[in-house]
Design a protein around this ligand. Sequence first.
Ligand code: AMP
Length: 119
Amino acid sequence: MENCIFCRIIEKTAPSEIIYEDEEFLVIRDIHPLTPLHLLVIPRRHFTSLNELDESDPAYVGRLIFTARRIASEQVGPKGGYRLVINTGETAGQSVFHLHLHILSGRPLISSLITRGLR
Ligand code: AMP
């Protein structure tokens, strides 16, 4: 999609720090990190949000989650914890309308919210 920043990152016409990529997903570092580790898992296919994902292909969602788990584990080590977040819709805080999954680690949820002035 022409005006989608994540599509441009996938096409490599916009810059980003790519941590991992395969034929289905890209993992990049968030440009405004909320936590010491803040990555985004981005499907190459453009879905506006989680609500657009097709229920007939649950294996795709599995691969998305397992990709996030694998990269998170590699980044935080075997003892490190992390959190996965998918903001869905404007009122939930979604600001980029291309499905993505946040990997957040290194700070508890509440202090992350305070950092962004949401509490
Ligand atoms: P959300 O608010 O859930 O839609 O998350 C969008 C995320 O994308 C935010 O955390 C932004 O900081 C991040 N973001 C926006 N533009 C870029 C970019 N060009 N490179 C990396 N992260 C970005």
